[in-house]
Design a protein around this ligand. Sequence first.
Ligand code: TYD
Length: 346
Amino acid sequence: MSGTLPQNLLVTGGCGFIGSNFVRFWLSRHPQCRIVVYDLLTYAGRQENLADCWAHPNLQLVIGDISNQEQVLQVCQDHAIDLIINFAAETHVDQSIVRPLVFTETNVRGTHVLLEVARELEIRFHQVSTDEVYGHVPEPQQRLEQDALSPRSPYAASKAAADQLVQAYFITYGLRVTTTRGSNTVGPYQHPEKAVPLFSTNALLDRELPVYGDGLQQRDYTHVHDHCTGIEAVLLHGQPGEIYNVGTGAEIANLEMVAVILDTLGKDHRLVKHVKDRPGHDRRYSVNVTKLRALGWVPQYTCQQAIAETAQWYAGHADWWQPIREGSFRQYYQEQYSARLPDTGA
Ligand code: TYD
């Protein structure tokens, strides 16, 4: 695919966390491209995430569901789309434990609908996946792209199913597909249900940080900027039918992630509260990123730098996260944490 830069991109889930960061990044790197953001604007997809970008002449928003085949087809035809990048997904493991069917609907069926439209119109397709499809990775192993999938949460299982569909469309129909499997991504505009923004905003509010279990689970916390440059490298230089891991390649324990947040924000480590663990909690994710590096990609951040910069962003953007925390998120927080943090009015 080297050398051919698509001109008209459909970015599904472009108002979500990684999607909105990608749109901003892509507009700055390739301002001549036209981007149609296709987003259902559910709780994590927010127009505000691109408030600074909507005035760009090559950006526009269509509100819609990736499971709506007719609408997706229409939008792709109307805008002569030559690349679909699928960021649209339900992504939070804890939510998938409580309401798993929504994950199958959006992540599996939605991806399948996009693939069908891509097949019909012969559009290139990029799937944004996750390292969680590999499941728990025992030390000192790292997962390679060709390794077996072993998802263990409804979320991870839905993403694994979608990955398999993407590969099937390459093998069966010769559709030009690529996939990236990103590790835990952090940075601006991540909804506060996820660990790093939850802990950052709780710390800023002087509330306890609910660390699941012993906090020794390990994750590869990658800055969203590096995730975006990784996808860019694959779009520009990746091979059709190939999958590429994206991550720093070096994971850290959750307790270290928490310590970086508290130190960055100058908060007391006694805010850490060990609480009841998540069912089926994967102990460790770890990916080998040699294949992506071979495309010339070089990550800029370590896990610690990514987390520190993210905590600082939350410290400076209460105007963005406070309305979210005070809105429908309150009910989720109650349901998820009231038994775990009974003394804090969670
Ligand atoms: P999360 O951001 O939910 O990502 P994932 O579960 O997909 O890796 O969580 C990151 C890590 O932090 C994970 O090991 C679970 C843990 N965690 C907590 O300890 N407490 C929390 O309240 C949350 C949301 C996550």
